[in-house]
Design a protein around this ligand. Sequence first.
Ligand SMILES: [Ca+2]
Ligand SMILES: [Ca+2]
Length: 251
Amino acid sequence: MKNLVPKLGLFLLILIFTLGQLGGCSCATDTVSPVVQITNPVNNSDVSDIVIIQAKASDDVGVAKVEFYIDNSKVGEDSQSLYKYSWNTDSLAYGSTHTIYAKAYDNAGNEGVSPSITVTIGDSQLPTVVVTNPVDGGTVTGTVTIKANAVDRSIPKGKSKSPSGIQKVEFYVDDRLLGEALTSPYDKNWNTDSLAYGSTHTIYAKAYDNAGNEGVSPPITVTIGDSQLPTVTITNPVDGGTVIGIVTIKA
Ligand SMILES: [Ca+2]
Ligand SMILES: [Ca+2]
């Protein structure tokens, strides 16, 4: 019994040393923080739908995990390279901006923070627009009401988020801006009086959604016509008169 205490003490010492080695106690000497940066998305870019946020991290000993932060809140972490987080942006307002950064930790608890990046929630679908009046290939006279149908396309199938909507429609004649309409029905009057009979003109419309995307209609072509019928009056013979022999009819 007398010899047992020192033996037990030695045993515990060896046990602690062994566990220490297995547990990586040498990590306690790691005082260098990991380096981390966001590699996707690109700073100042527009994002939509599901965004895969990616980070690159390195450390003198080893990276334990990378945490992802959006608008200063932790949203997720990854302990395996490539470090990434899948971000669903559907609930976020079009045009809103968000800040992303990552934190990397090594096994000694040292922490490295990436530079922040900023992204804007975009609307990935362009609006569509068609000119509905006048008809393509038609003849026009006087003041013409150019009309367009514009629809902001829905986001991809299976998503519940509504499109950002039409902001305005611009009307172009011969590549020159005629004017714009902000509300549906989208139309604009075009006075053709100064244009030569028989001249042809190209009309198209551009629609913008509230996220700044632009859709252009197929162009249509119209010809300036003459809506006034010629007038003619018989001046001879007189109405109700009596004629005989050869009569000269004058107009
Ligand atoms: Ca380290
Ligand atoms: Ca859109």
